[in-house]
Design a protein around this ligand. Sequence first.
Ligand code: SF4
Ligand code: SF4
Ligand code: FES
Length: 314
Amino acid sequence: MENEQEIVVRVKRFNQEKGEWWQEYKLKVDRFTQMTEVLRRIKTEQDPTLAYRASCHMAVCGSCAMKINGEPRLACKTLALDMVKKYGSNVITVEPMDFFEREKDLIVDMEDFYSRMFKVKPRLYPSKEVLEGKAEHRLKPEDQRELWKFEQCIWCGLCVSACPAVKIDPQFLGPAAHAKGYRFLADPRDTIYEERLKILVDSAWRCTYCYMCFNVCPRDVEPVTTIKKTRAHTKFLKERTPVAETGERHIEAIEESIRETGKIQEASVYLKTYGVLGSLIDLIYAFQNGKLKYALIKEEKVKNIEQVKKLMGE
Ligand code: SF4
Ligand code: SF4
Ligand code: FES
């Protein structure tokens, strides 16, 4: 057909018996062909052994999350020819999401993802009066505006698969769970605020602010924004954990540095955050690698420091 173009789809296959291998398929697509349609046609017309997940084909169910040309994406929200145009090649690679255990081909085990989500109690806990039908608790428009964005998560797992912090820190809940947790933490109808603080605050300080979750989320949920907002609730937590305390000290040190010099003086911020003893290993490392001199540089104040102070409300 006119306007059709041949593409080569390189799929990273996997099964328990054979392990991993790459397999190529050729087919013609047009400008409307989604990557889920590509996979469906490969499966029905060329290779019934290919395994992948998809259901709604409209970015709602979250089941078609995978890597396409190395990018964490929803296959149904990705047009084959858009990838050809973006990468200047008719070869498109398809792989399972990172981080999760592979089951078969593009299907991964989502158990880890679901357990993170359920840890944050992902539902509203309304008051007894509301549950008994004796009262109605309506959400104000401004509250709805705050929550709306964070309600759009479809549990696809892309943000978790792309997050470096979940890979190295078992105490970190991960971006999707934080988005879900904050959505209820900020809901005025919810009744377990204290409990949610205990679940979320320590973990929120374990995020590295790399913004990968922000970049890959197909629903623009902005999990990292919910993590920032959750950190602002630290002051309401009765028993702070060492991680949350360090985080708060870090913020105070940054604020002090900007107030005094108009700049973030990395070395003094680091020392004020971790203390001399806490910084010892890094100081030794810096010394051994000839980098201590950079830590000792005393930076000049910015010229108009009074304006900086004014901006900071002094
Ligand atoms: S910003 Fe935080 S939550 Fe998001 S991907 Fe990076 S480390 Fe993970
Ligand atoms: S926050 Fe976005 S990327 Fe993460 S699971 Fe939800 S919809 Fe998917
Ligand atoms: S098939 Fe449902 S989100 Fe892609």
